[in-house]
Ligand binder design. Sequence first.
Ligand SMILES: [Zn+2]
Length: 372
Amino acid sequence: MKTSVADLLSGDVVRRLAAFTASGPVVSCYLDVDGRRYVRPHDYQLEFERMARPLRERHPDAGPDLDRIEAYIRGGLDRSHTRGVAVFASEADGLWETVALPVSVSNRLVVNQHPQVKPLEAVVERAERFAVLLADRQRARLFVFQLGQLVDWSERFDRLPRHEDDRGELVKDQVRDHLDGATARHLKRTADALFELFNESGFDHLLVGAPNDIAGPLKRSLHPYVRDRIAAHLTVPVGAREDEVREAAVTAEDEVLRKRQAAEVDRLRSALGMGDGAAVGLDDVLRALVERRVDTLLVSDGFEAQGWRCSSCAFLATRGPNCPLCGTRMEQADDIVEEAVLEALHQSCAVEVCRENADLDVLGRIGALLRF
Ligand SMILES: [Zn+2]
């Protein structure tokens, strides 16, 4: 079954997958297919093969599912609006679900008794709403995107009176930002419409595209709640095609995410400097997680390490084999970082998988801001 982003946002898909019970193995695959990192399809196909190889040896019964996912990935993905894919497959129980995501995901491939939906759930939960306001002197268009999906929009056109329309030269001579009455009224109505949209659908961030001469007055006429949400300025013209607007929104979303991650890593560094409220390095972070003290988990993308997991008390450790907490013999985990991320999501911690953040790499590629 092919899932659209609209289905995903409704929450039905995550609920359905979470409730799925299997009699045989279930393969969950998350693949980063972002064209900026994986220029050729071959590049992300290799990444899939790298993850699949050890699983084929360890779980021969999951072979047909891995084959089917591989064929799907090799079959050519339309990457125009897709940066990540999630696939859930279980031949034995008739499960086949593909989700194309407009955001990147961390690569992971697991064989388990149930679909691994936590990362998908995290994508949905974190999907913030981005409003785009495009305006010129007569026209204004408003859009609200979530996960690259248009969820609300409105448009207004306030025709300039003929005589004011012809006063271009005069306007140029006027003091900067001083606008003729008709344009000022148009901007005021635009600001009102945007505030209405904010009250109806709500949005977390606002992106504004307007010519220089009206950008200032437009911003000043916005309601303070709305103005506070301005995240970026766009150079997209008011008449742009919807997919150009979407592309600009998705790109801005990426920048907002990177900035937020950089700010979180800065918080981590200063908390660490004050010796309060931070843990860094795998051992300390795992301990904080087991003690349920983690508020935000920060992990460098691609960080993997072997470790141990206690099936009796859920202790996570880098060294085994006996659980330091309850003494049970622990199971080896191929990737304890993965287990830590899942445990953090399970505890409803915020999780940031940071890309190309050298500051976090230096701190041991994993860190946590603590609640106490
Ligand atoms: Zn234990």
